[in-house]
Design a binder for this molecule. Sequence first.
Ligand code: NAD
Length: 329
Amino acid sequence: MSTIAGKTVLVTGADGFIGSHVVERLVADGANVRAMCLYNSNGSAGWLDESPVRDDVDVRLADIRDAEYVRTLVKGTDIVLHLAALIAIPYSYVAPRSYVDTNITGTLNVLEAVRAEGIERMVHTSTSEVYGTPETVPITVEHPLRGQSPYSASKIGADKMCESYALSFETPVTVLRPFNTFGPRQSMRAVIPTILNQLLAGADEVHLGALSPKRDFTYVADTADGFVRAATTNLAPGTVVQLGTGRTVSIAETFDMCLAATGSNATVTTDEDRFRPAGSEVEILLSDPSQAAEVLGWTPRTSLEDGLKQTAEWLRDRVDAKRAEVYHR
Ligand SMILES: NC(=O)c1ccc[n+]([C@@H]2O[C@H](COP(=O)([O-])OP(=O)(O)OC[C@H]3O[C@@H](n4cnc5c(N)ncnc54)[C@H](O)[C@@H]3O)[C@@H](O)[C@H]2O)c1
């Protein structure tokens, strides 16, 4: 493993939940960070706007779909961490073409720029959603891929573009495949913020979708640690590495743990419109964490219980009671 200190690192999706934590970790480790945030007319850098490292990074507003400008931003960097994506599964049911453009073409633009500029290393962000409902658990990187939602299909497409660049051009890309990540700054689309927001808003009855699906949740600081390790580890081009804990809990169990984290005794009710279509619901995600330990020396440090407490603490002063019960797609 080399050191990240002194390296110039481009982070795409730096304005987002995981990206902003990765940027903070990189700055703490002494990297020079170029932070690509989605262009908007009010100059917002998303979550970086409230980060203590906002003035320590070179923020560039851009769109990952613009190949020429992506190349301009890649030029002069040592390492590229590619996190920009559209990530909501429900929105992918209604606007799938945006997912193809952003997630597949966007990744192609980054790969092409990395190849043309001779960049030392690229880390592409995959997702455990690429497996669909698994045939066997725990899931290993050899497990077949199944596009159970347009989001999943677009991420499979992006992963396959990385594979093709690794095989065809030996592009030094590592495909990092996080399982569900949670923590401060996560969007209300995700299940843990959905539960915690309603509980902290004082709900007696919390509205959720299906309670039976099981997920393997990683705390965001651990995910950020995985990115730094992947950025500094010289793996064969195209290597896929999973980031997950090896523990899976149902949404019903997650709800109970959120009650414990907030001291609430609310009950739960399920809303039909929050359910995914039957063929699209992924019933269980459970990672085999042994490969990440072996190739990156990565093991998650924060338990789900502790991470939920930290997330609830962060959310406590930010709860928007009027919007807590709204279903965010
Ligand atoms: N959150 C999870 O549980 C999870 C799990 C596995 C993988 N991932 C992956 O991690 C990455 C980051 O996800 P996140 O949870 O931080 O989501 P996020 O939505 O907070 O971050 C994604 C960022 O990408 C940016 N973006 C979207 N379209 C863009 C475009 N056209 N040009 C430039 N930027 C654009 C958005 O502004 C956003 O800030 C994604 O690639 C996602 O697929 C997330």
